[in-house]
Design a binder for this molecule. Structure first.
Ligand code: PCA
Length: 202
């Protein structure tokens, strides 16, 4: 049976929940044909990748699916690419706010997701869940984590591990008193992640 590590983030930016972690906690394991490990990751530049990379080495999973919140987006965003830059407009949960910093001095300019991004989008749409391929995971902690995990996989020749990043919209309770902001029900996001896991392991 394949081992899947799925991660979600702590709340950040004044929110009291993060739908990425709420959704991974709700995944129904009985629906899945894999051994699933979930991990909550601090929304911090340095510690996010340290913790995920340590866990990845400990578990030696077949698949690593990193999930984060992208408030304001209207679809499940299947990220195609992570770029070698930290450039934040707000501090992380440790107060760190890097500007124009390369993530790695020796790493590639960018790394591609090794999840089946197009296939995932088509499976989500078949299930009536709004989804698209995204060509930018931003330049904040999510891109940083995606970059460092893919960099580690390349540098340590762990290319048997498939890894990538999924951004999810707000859930409804986060958009109260914020006008015109899109949200997706938590159950829909959870279902989307179950479909993403299944699509990747099959
Ligand atoms: N989203 C942020 C970091 C943590 C999260 O859930 C991002 O998109 O970078």
């Amino acid at each position: 049976m394949k081992k899947v590590l799925i991660t979600g983030f702590e709340p950040f930016g004044g929110e009291y929940i993060n739908p990425s972690y709420e959704a991974i906690k709700n995944i129904d394991r009985s629906n899945l044909n894999c051994e699933l490990f979930i991990l909550e990751v601090p929304t911090e530049f340095y510690n996010s990748s340290k913790i995920v990379i340590e866990t990845m080495h400990k578990l030696n999973p077949d698949v690593v699916i990193l999930v984060g919140q992208a408030g304001g987006r209207k679809e499940i965003s299947v990220e195609r690419i992570a770029i070698n830059i930290d450039d934040s407009i707000m501090p992380d949960n440790r107060g760190i706010k890097p500007i124009d910093n390369p993530i790695s001095l020796f790493g590639e300019a960018a790394y591609f997701s090794s999840l089946p991004v197009k296939k995932i989008v088509s499976e989500l749409k078949k299930n009536f869940i709004p989804a698209s391929v995204s060509n930018s995971a931003g330049t904040y902690v999510c891109n940083h984590l995606m970059y460092n995990v893919l960099h580690e996989i390349k540098e340590r020749e762990l290319t048997h591990i498939q890894a990538g990043f999924i951004h999810v919209p707000y859930i409804p309770e986060q958009t109260i008193n914020k006008q015109n902001l899109f949200s997706l029900d938590l159950n829909v996001i959870t279902k989307a992640l179950e479909i993403i896991i299944e699509t990747t392991i099959n």
